[in-house]
Ligand binder design. Structure first.
Ligand SMILES: Nc1ncnc2c1ncn2[C@@H]1O[C@H](COP(=O)(O)OP(=O)(O)OP(=O)(O)O)[C@@H](O)[C@H]1O
Length: 247
């Protein structure tokens, strides 16, 4: 329990009084410092789960408890959480620097401190030379990298990412994954979703597999591959969720 970061207890979530719940009795815990991958077919409930963990949504039933200076709700630890959404969350008509200054101001960071942090993050993801360009002129990979660093301005202890490398070239992907590895080495717990299973195999310590709103596997990849006698994450997901399309 000492190393437990968060505990999820019997979470149910229904949107708009829908009869079929999007999350259906989800239970698990995450330890501090882990890199956790949440996987499953389209519509399985990954985004809904992440949104509840970082207090964007409330569950219909059940609870999430963070063990950070006592037992806390997601809302109480909000300033320690970072969320990188799947959809871009910046203003395209502003420059990268203006976007970062705006989002940084929401965290009440001091002006000097914020300006240093902005430059440091822009350097890390190779965007410093375009900091004064409008984001609408950026390539898809540049937009993804900006989308990521917007969530890092307040040095979150726990970082949630919803498909952080979707639609980017290999260069941007490497830049993003290297930064995430560096943050994890410095102690940031990372919880992410991705459909890039090769990338995830190398990146994650823990796997949570979800389908129809239920957890169907939760352990290390090594343990799950051995238990289900499959050779990789893709085969594991196919074995446990089947090959029927989810449209
Ligand atoms: N705002 C919403 N209103 C109503 N239903 C929703 C809403 N958001 C999600 N759902 C439904 O909840 C279920 C889970 O959706 P969710 O987006 O969490 O899945 P996901 O695993 O993240 O899917 P994907 O891989 O396509 O991003 C789906 O049936 C979806 O249609």
């Amino acid at each position: 329990m000492q190393n437990t970061l968060l505990h999820v207890s019997k979470i149910y979530k229904s949107y708009n009084k829908s009869i079929t719940p999007s999350l259906d009795g989800v239970d698990f815990h995450i330890d501090k410092g882990e890199i956790v991958g949440i996987f499953g077919p389209n519509g399985a409930g990954k985004t809904t789960l992440i949104s509840i963990l970082c207090s964007i949504l409330d569950p219909t039933l059940g609870s999430v408890t963070y063990f950070l200076d006592g037992e806390k709700t997601p809302r109480q630890v909000r300033d320690k959480l970072g969320f990188v959404p799947q959809d871009f969350s910046f203003f395209p008509e502003l420059t990268a620097n203006q976007n970062l200054e705006y989002f940084g101001s929401l965290y009440n960071l001091k002006k000097d401190e914020l300006s240093t942090k902005i430059d440091e993050l822009l350097q890390k993801v190779g965007l410093f030379h375009v900091k004064n360009k409008k984001v609408s002129t950026f390539s898809g990979g540049m937009k993804r990298r900006l989308n990521l660093i917007i969530s890092l301005l307040h040095n979150p202890l726990i970082l949630f990412l919803d498909e952080p490398t979707v639609g980017v070239d290999v260069q941007s992907k490497i830049a993003i994954m290297n930064l995430l590895q560096e943050l994890n080495k410095q102690g940031t717990t990372i919880i992410y979703t991705s459909h890039h299973l090769k990338e995830a195999e190398e990146f994650c310590n823990q796997i949570i597999l979800i389908d129809h709103g239920k957890i169907i596997a939760c352990n290390t990849l090594t343990h799950l591959l051995s238990k289900f006698e499959v050779k990789n994450l893709e085969d594991l997901i196919l074995l446990l969720t089947g090959s029927i399309l989810r449209d």
